[in-house]
Design a protein around this ligand. Sequence first.
Ligand code: MG
Length: 210
Amino acid sequence: MTVRWAHSARIGEKFNSILAANPSQFVRIMNRAVFLDRDGTLIVEKNYLHRPEEVEIFPGAGPALKRLVNAGFKLIIVTNQSGIGRGYYTLADAERVNNRVCADLARDGVRFEKTYIAPEAPDQPSRGRKPSPQFLFDARDEFDLNLAGSFMVGDKLIDLECGWNAGVKKSILVRTGYGAEEEKLSPTAITSAVAVNNLAEMAEWVLNCQ
Ligand SMILES: [Mg+2]
């Protein structure tokens, strides 16, 4: 028993010395995120949605996301809004919709760290439009995230690819929005992902994947 205690004390000392030498390394290990697509994932997909009053949060989304917050995950929205680049609505319109999404989910105690928007149309040069992993890298640097312990959730193949490109632990397809259709269209492409019916199942899967 004495030997065992001495051994664990030595491990404790070693851990403390590593932590003291490089505290930022410790933070990086601790911060994990769930990145979420917006349309078709958090809210009902409506073609080129740009009116806050038309925001419709999926049933059960709030409590599901709250479970992740309680478990220490940071929540970050990553959304392609090509309607801006196409001239259908403005960046300010998209931000008003985002604010509505955040306000509605805040009622369930859900807080998002940040929303990243790619405003370009598909044929325009873009720094962060999914499947680019750029916004996940930006978030990693801004919030000290460990991407290898993080998750990407969305209803399209480009969402899954964005996660894979960033090196997340798992990309998760939700069968809401275009999800069920995408699963049928690209069964081989999504074999590396997990497919779930909704955000409640997503949260359950993430929490069981510790
Ligand atoms: Mg979507």
